[in-house]
Design a binder for this molecule. Structure first.
Ligand code: CA
Length: 619
């Protein structure tokens, strides 16, 4: 029977309206809380939670809403509805749940029209520079949400592991700073609800996959953040956690299925033996011990082999991309999720959004493992991964060692050269995300023993090498964590983000001369990236380091070029150009970035400062 329903006028932008649950009964919850007409995959599976809803019959007021099947698992309080949305029109549909002839629930489910180019959205690329933010520690834009009733973990700015009050409004307030410094993407640590009793500020123990934590803002505010960022040419990358939930997630009290959580919902540690997943000599038991074990007791490990849970996680990711207009996803603890599920998850995401970029976190210093996860890399076992990008942890580790180690035949800059010479193992080394540090390790300035010269070399390298650079907030003002590796200290408050802060780094007020120099250096390198695309997209060519000097190039087919010289020597150096003739022969002059004087490449050598990184534009 057809009942009239609301249809959204096409002019009403889909992205500006918010999803609302219209449950007649307060405990009814439908996930995803709304969907879009015209998605690539017509399949949609709704998870409906309500007291004793299992076994009920579902009817809908419109024949376009095609229910294929309705299933219940082990819990009496969940129902799964499979829908074919191939012919669905945007609008509201009324669902009625009846049990033994009695209507027990009624709700409205909304399909919205997609925004223009939603499917073809461009994800972050080599052109971009990603700014990684710990939102609780960046800026407090709304003091009224610092502590929220019903959430145990209250604001406590004195505690390194406590909540400091930073939020989405704080990021919105400082979008100008981020954009004017030159960053073009923001990856913030997770913003979803984290109703954990303590340490909730880091965000990785999610308790609601469809709700922004009220201490950060709201779903609507997150979407506004993305819209404001987009207007300033900055994309938003969402940090997603597929491997685990927080132990205060409602699923721990009422699991949809008995096998929803690994080890029957009891803590059993992962072995962290990620190597088992692609080991040609290995056994399945080692793979299971890695994949099914929990990360920590507060993070129950999800069993994505359960197809309903797999669907839930896939649809959740798509929902956020579409809802918040994301330009990318960063996936936490990537390899710890079920391998077959990851294959399915990446394939679904990339088939809905062919140009979206997704980067997986796989913390290993062994490039063979990093490469295993990237699409188009060689794999002995034929594993099918559609993951476009992986975090380049091997490069992070090698970069720090290359800068700190003594220059010998086998150590120092040569280790960077050696690592990059192994890039043939990657499906696309240019699409790896490269970084000097992140939220889980010592600040790069600390790792480099607070040597400004080495920091400068690291930043220059990261912003000119192959890959997509990511800079952790505060790196631009030399934030450090001396004498401790406490994560709460690594993730210190950004000066100026709180009312009455004595230093305002957003306005470069109160910074030391060294910090100001660092900020200006980052800003200059970011403008180099914008003004000279060859630096970000050109072919990478390098020469074997010799005598403490490493020279590499970015060149393109339009005849543009850049030469980068890292000099680790304590003395000025004359870099003889003859060796680089295979690349330099295409050019006639070089000018040092920041200096318009042109030097003829017929000169025999170029002088570089001690312990320096210099960029030369070639013409
Ligand atoms: Ca706040």
């Amino acid at each position: 029977m057809r009942i009239s329903r609301l249809r959204f006028p096409v002019l009403l932008a889909a992205v500006s309206a918010s999803f609302t649950l219209h449950a007649a009964q307060t405990d009814l919850r439908v996930s995803p809380p709304g969907w879009w007409a015209g998605m690539a995959s017509p399949k949609l599976q709704l998870m409906v939670h309500g007291s004793d809803i299992a076994g009920s019959t579902v009817s809908v007021n419109d024949s376009e809403f095609v229910i294929e099947q309705v299933n219940s698992l082990d819990s009496p309080n969940y129902l799964f509805i499979d829908i074919d949305t191939a012919d669905i029109s945007p609008g509201d549909y009324e669902l009625t749940f009846t049990k033994q002839g009695r209507e027990i629930y009624k709700t409205i489910y909304t399909f919205r029209p997609r925004a223009a180019n939603a499917a073809e959205r461009q994800g972050f690329t080599q052109k971009d520079t990603i700014y990684l933010v710990t939102p609780d520690r960046f800026a407090n834009g709304d003091e009224s949400n610092d502590s929220v009733a019903g959430f145990e973990d209250k604001a406590d700015r004195q505690s390194p592991g406590g909540r400091h009050g930073g939020d989405i409004q704080g990021m919105i307030n400082h979008l100008d700073y981020i954009a004017s410094t030159g960053f073009t993407q923001i990856w913030s640590m997770p913003l979803l609800e984290n109703a954990m009793d303590d340490h909730s500020y880091h965000g990785y123990a999610i308790t609601d996959y469809y709700r922004i934590d009220p201490r950060y803002g709201s779903n609507a505010l997150y979407r506004q953040f993305s819209q404001h960022a987009d207007k300033k040419g900055v994309g938003v990358i969402m940090d997603m956690v597929l491997n685990h939930i927080g132990s205060n997630h409602p699923w721990m009290k009422d699991k949809p299925a008995e096998d929803w959580i690994h080890h029957n919902g009891e803590f059993s540690a992962t072995t962290h033996r990620r190597e088992s997943l692609h080991d040609p000599h290995g056994v399945e038991a080692d793979q299971k011990a890695f994949s099914d074990g929990w990360f920590v007791p507060s993070m129950p490990d999800l069993n994505q082999q359960n197809p309903y849970l797999a669907n839930y996680l896939i649809q959740n990711a798509i929902w956020w991309v579409e809802y918040a207009n994301l330009s990318g996803i960063r996936v936490d603890t990537y390899s710890y999720s079920d391998k077959a599920f990851l294959s399915q998850w990446t394939a679904r995401l990339t088939s809905e959004y062919p140009n979206l970029n997704i980067v997986g976190e796989e913390w290993t210093t062994n490039p063979v493992i990093t490469a295993y996860w990237q699409e188009d890399s060689y794999r002995a076992d034929g594993y099918d991964s559609s993951l476009p990008s992986v975090m380049d942890f091997p490069l992070q580790d090698t970069l720090v060692n290359a800068l700190k180690d003594e220059e010998t035949w086998g150590t120092g800059l040569v280790s960077l050269y050696n690592l990059l010479a192994g890039d043939f193992i990657y499906g696309d080394p240019y699409n790896l995300v490269i970084f000097g540090d992140n939220h889980d390790m010592s600040r790069i300035y600390t790792q480099l023993d607070e040597s400004y010269a080495l920091w400068d070399m690291a930043m220059t390298f990261l912003l000119t090498a192959r890959g997509i650079p990511q800079i952790y907030y505060g790196t631009e003002i030399l934030m450090a964590n001396p004498d401790t590796d406490d994560h709460g200290v690594i993730r210190s408050d950004f000066p100026g983000g709180w009312k009455n802060d004595s230093i305002d780094a957003f306005a470069q007020q109160g910074l030391s001369p060294k910090q100001t120099k660092a900020y200006n250096r980052i800003k200059s390198l970011l403008s180099l990236r914008k003004e000279h695309p060859v630096v970000t997209q050109g072919k990478f060519t390098h020469f074997a380091p010799a005598e403490g000097i490493y020279v590499y190039f970015r060149t393109d087919e339009a005849g543009k070029g850049a030469m980068i010289i890292l000099n680790k020597n304590e003395a000025e150096n004359d870099v003889k150009l003859a060796r680089f003739e295979p690349v330099l022969k295409e050019f006639s002059t070089a000018s040092r970035w920041g200096n318009s004087n042109k030097i003829s490449l017929k000169t025999a050598s170029i002088e570089v400062a001690p312990k320096s990184a210099s960029v030369w534009l070639l013409q």
